[in-house]
Each structure stands twice: as C-alpha cells, then as structure tokens.
Ligand binder design. Structure first.
Ligand SMILES: N[C@@H](CCC(=O)N[C@@H](CS)C(=O)NCC(=O)O)C(=O)O
Length: 216
C-alpha cells in the first residue's frame, strides 16, 4: 500500500504529472479570447477525431447518405492538446470545454448542442431518422445510447488512463478498472450472442451507437 496521505486542502499541482495533466484543471470557463471560424452550412461542428468526436461525424455522414441534404456541415478541428477547448468561442458552445460541440444554424435561432450522446439524439430527432418510431424499439436504442455514454468513461477515462498514461502503474486503480472493462466486454459478448447488433436486429438501429467500440 502507498503511503499517500489525503491532503486537507487540495492543490491542483499535486496531480500535475503524466499525460493529459495540462487538461486536468480545477476551474471551468474561458482562459483566453478566441475567434473560431464559422461557415454557411446548416451545422457547424467543432470536434476532433477522438471516439467522442467521431460519433457525431459518423451520424452526419450517415444522414447525408440517407438523403438528408440538410445534414451538411462545416467541421473545425479543436486541438485539445493545445487547449483550444478553453478559448472563449468554444466555451460559449460548450461551457464544459469538451469536444464535440455542435452549432445548429438551420433555424431562425442558433442552437448549441453539447455532450456527444445528446448531439446524436438531437440530430436523430431533428431529422426523424435512426430512432425507431416503435416505442419499444426506441427505448432499446436509448437504453444502449445512455449505457454507452455512462460506461465509456470507465473504459477510456478510467482503465485507459491508469493502464496507459498515468506516470506510475498503480495496482489498485488498474485492477478496479480492468474488472469493470472485462465486465463490460462480457456484457457485449453476451448481448451479441443473441442478436447481430447491440441495439437490435437492424443495422439502422445501430447508427446512433456507431461510436461503440472506439472508446478507450
Ligand atoms: N461526456 C462528453 C465527453 C467528451 C470528452 O471527454 N471529450 C474529450 C475528447 S474525447 C475532450 O474534449 N477532452 C478535452 C479535455 O478534457 O480538456 C461527451 O460525450 O461529449
């Protein structure tokens, strides 16, 4: 067991070592003035090719492929390792400073949407696509969409971080998160033994879950 003592007053410098620690800060809000580009297409997507980011791009591409021309978008890179997510324009789109963030400028009022699972739901509802109209099937898609949003941080943020990026290999968090990852994979194995796709029998039910498998 480590001799670590819980501090009475937390100093953020205490955790300031290892990968991604520059992003791991105790305060929210914009740190600098920023002018993000903005195009003419109905949707403006501020994102990066991470598992959370790419889910939204996949859905927008699938919508266009399905014939929804209004699903066209301009895509801008937010370089999270350079801190772009802490700039004033990005923080207006997502006060939580995480990619992806979407601006819907297709209507009379601009609408900002953040949280990847919510962006998927927002787009599916807006276009009336990829969410089943049958209420029972819809519930099942949403079960798995919310499961993904809730479970993924254990995989990438928990297991992935302690296994791969933390400055020291620590047995306790690695064991704890490994067990959870194994349980989630076993859950997927058991579900997929009964049906071809996690959300049901039809691939179209699966589009909202297309980020699945890319977390961690
Ligand atoms: N729950 C959020 C998580 C988003 C998230 O963690 N994004 C990461 C990249 S995958 C990010 O922006 N990290 C930057 C940071 O933590 O400062 C969602 O699903 O949209």
């Amino acid at each position: 067991m480590s001799a670590y003592q819980l501090p009475t007053v937390w100093q953020d410098e205490a955790s300031n070592q290892g990968a991604f620690t520059g992003l791991n800060r105790p305060t929210a809000g914009a740190c600098f003035e920023q002018n993000l580009p903005k195009g003419e297409r109905p949707f403006q997507l501020y994102s990066l090719g991470t598992p959370n980011g790419v889910k939204v791009t996949i859905l927008l591409e699938e919508l266009q492929e399905a014939g929804f021309e209004q699903a066209s978008y301009d895509l801008y890179k937010i370089a999270i390792m350079d801190g772009d997510q802490f700039g004033s324009d990005f923080v207006k789109l997502n006060p939580n400073s995480k990619i992806p963030a979407l601006l819907d400028q297709s209507g009379t009022e601009e609408v900002r949407v953040f949280e990847s699972a919510h962006i998927l739901l927002y787009l599916a509802e807006k276009f009336g696509a990829f969410l089943p109209s049958n209420p029972v099937e819809k519930v099942e898609v949403l079960n798995w969409l919310f499961w993904q949003a809730g479970a993924a941080p254990f995989l990438g943020g928990g297991f992935g971080y302690f296994f791969n990026y933390a400055p020291e290999k620590l047995e306790y968090p690695i064991n704890r998160f490994t067990m959870e990852v194994k349980r989630q994979l076993d859950l997927l194995d058991k579900e997929l033994a009964q049906k071809p796709y996690i959300a049901g029998n039809d691939y179209r039910l699966q589009i909202l879950l297309s980020g699945l498998g890319m977390d961690s």
